[in-house]
Design a protein around this ligand. Structure first.
Ligand SMILES: [Zn+2]
Length: 284
């Protein structure tokens, strides 16, 4: 097992914060050389960095995950995000955060994910929605597993007649006539919504101009779906920011008319973190 020293840990943490939890392929190859390890060993060594992004005021159980995208060669960090005074079912799990981070930032084929604790059943189901689920290695402190070893007799998209999958679904070409940013429109088109058709995405802008995005990622088992608000708050956390302290300029949620289902849960999560933050809500 490769262990990084505290100086290297701080160095990588700073890089990750600036890139919102994305470790570019060039940095990955520099680090594997510097640490004299292979990429999977690096994924596991970086779990200590990923877990630093965890915000776990309820459990104090700090989970990190590091996903690898075969196409870009990048690593994508993730960490758990808990909301005090909200239903436990609304938390974002570290594996969801890492996969969401990869997806938001253009990854297409996650072939391995390292986690510093065994994935819960909910996360095994979330990962089963990936286009690469059949070719996914899960790197745990106890060894390396395939998803099918950890999730036998699975229930997946095909059981509901859904031929698409997360990271390999069609991108909508819908016109969006709303006074919102082009970036938010683009994230809307990428939302993965085979079960409700609610194309939905969120944008959070800070007063310093930094913008973060979230998309709705549905799941065949419904409950492990990641809401666009949780998706964007997880992205904010991967920049080392917490919503209750961040200098927020605006938060926008957009949904498809007739299929909308996200406003009340988004409002609930925001209210629990910071009561007076207005939510801009559009349907199109
Ligand atoms: Zn989990």
């Amino acid at each position: 097992m490769v262990i990084i020293d505290s100086k290297t840990e701080e160095y990588i943490y700073d890089i990750a914060k600036q890139s919102n939890g994305v470790i570019a392929s060039t940095v990955v190859s520099d680090l594997t050389k510097k640490l004299n390890c292979d990429r999977e060993q690096l994924q596991q060594a970086l779990l200590v960095v990923a877990a630093k992004f965890s915000q776990a005021p309820i459990s104090s159980f700090f989970v990190g995950a590091v996903a690898f995208d075969k196409i870009t060669g990048n690593l994508y960090l993730g960490a758990n995000l808990e909301f005090k005074h909200q239903a436990l079912s609304l938390v974002v799990h570290a594996e969801q955060a890492a996969i969401n981070n990869a997806w938001i930032n253009g990854a297409h084929e996650i072939t391995s994910i390292a986690i510093n604790a065994a994935p819960c059943g909910f996360c095994r189901q979330f990962m089963n929605e990936l286009s690469s689920a059949g070719n996914l290695s899960i790197l745990l402190p106890t060894g390396k597993y395939t998803l099918s070893e950890l999730l036998p007799c699975d229930f997946g998209p095909g059981d509901l007649g859904n031929a698409s999958s997360l990271m390999a679904s069609d991108v909508s070409d819908i016109d969006i006539d709303l006074p919102i940013s082009e970036a938010l429109k683009q994230h809307l088109r990428y939302a993965y919504v085979p079960y409700t058709q609610n194309l939905s995405a969120a944008e959070l802008v800070l007063k310093d101009g930094r913008a973060f995005y979230g998309r709705y990622a549905e799941n065949a088992a419904y409950s492990p779906s990641l809401s666009p608000m949780n998706s964007v708050l997880s992205q904010l956390a991967l920049a080392g920011e917490a919503l209750n302290e961040a200098d927020v300029e605006s938060i926008t949620l957009v949904e498809k008319a007739g299929n909308e289902n996200q406003k009340s849960v988004a409002q609930a999560v925001l209210t629990s973190l910071r009561g007076n933050l207005p939510l801009i809500h559009h349907v199109f």
